[in-house]
Design a protein around this ligand. Structure first.
Ligand code: ZN
Length: 279
């Protein structure tokens, strides 16, 4: 059972304010994104505890660094994505909403599986970000995950070998970050929790599962649009050229934020399932 206190909530709020402020200043978060980060961060850190918050920081720092990496080379492709490098409120909720729900499960009903699920969910979110940021740099054309047909870079549901390796690395990174956090905490007397040996494995599996599910949804049911003027596929219902686009396939409500939320759910379920097996 995770104990809850006013002190922990205050620490969570303080750290969230610091991250939101830094993210806003670094242009990694929009105005609504900063507000969302304060809300989600306070819930996850204030209720879940320090290790939960540590993973949030690991995700935020690594994805912000990667989005800056070779940003000029990526700009041409990323303009077709639903949203730019600056996360807005919807994206923050899509990335961290499940984490906040799991933190509540852990605190309110004392669910032991909530942490492995959170590890998998954050791994999926991180894997997807790494795959997106690094996959677009692939020199080989992406292939649609469903048919294997080569598609232009930036197409929803397109995967590259580089992107899949990046997804694996992104998931593993979260698992290793959890290890490092726990190792540092052991110096101040925090005991090692059971199952910790497997954390990187659960996170890697959750990360890859989340990224594959993300691509599968992108290739099948995600809303994909077409700009008649630029003759281009896009995730935007309004193209950046100012033209209202036409829906080509998929469900209109299933936008990028929902796809990200559902991928984090897939990653969380896989990691939780593994945790139950290995128990
Ligand atoms: Zn256009």
């Amino acid at each position: 059972m995770v104990e809850w206190s006013i002190g922990r909530a205050a620490a969570g709020l303080g750290l969230s304010l610091a991250i939101a402020w830094a993210g806003y200043r670094l242009k990694a978060l929009s105005h609504s994104g900063a507000v969302g980060a304060i809300l989600i961060g306070t819930l996850i850190m204030g209720i879940g505890g320090w290790l939960w918050g540590w993973l949030l920081v690991a995700f935020f720092v690594s994805s912000s660094v990667l989005s800056r990496y070779r940003s000029a080379d990526k700009a041409a492709v990323q303009v077709e994505f639903a949203k730019g490098g600056r996360r807005d409120g919807g994206q923050v909720l899509a990335n961290g909403g499940l984490g906040a729900i799991l933190a509540l499960c852990s605190a309110v009903i004392g669910a032991w599986w909530a942490f492995p699920a959170y590890l998998g969910a954050m791994a999926a979110v991180n894997a997807d970000t790494w795959a997106t940021e690094l996959g677009v740099l692939s020199r080989r054309a992406p292939r649609l995950i469903t048919t294997g047909r080569p598609v232009p870079p930036g197409t929803s549901g397109g995967v590259t070998a580089l992107g899949l390796v990046a997804a694996l690395a992104g998931g593993l990174f979260i698992g290793l970050a959890a290890w490092v956090g726990q190792w540092i905490a052991s110096f101040v007397g925090v005991s090692w929790p059971p199952g910790i040996t497997w954390w990187p494995l659960w996170a890697a599996a959750g990360g890859v599962a989340g990224a594959l599910f993300d691509s599968l949804l992108g290739a099948t049911v995600q809303g994909v649009y077409y700009c008649e003027r630029c003759r281009k596929e896009t995730e935007r219902s309004f193209h950046h050229c100012g033209t209202r686009t036409r829906r080509l396939r998929g469900w209109a409500w299933l936008n990028n934020d929902w796809v990200n939320f559902l991928s984090s759910l897939a990653g969380g379920l896989i990691a939780m399932e593994l945790a139950i097996w290995f128990r």
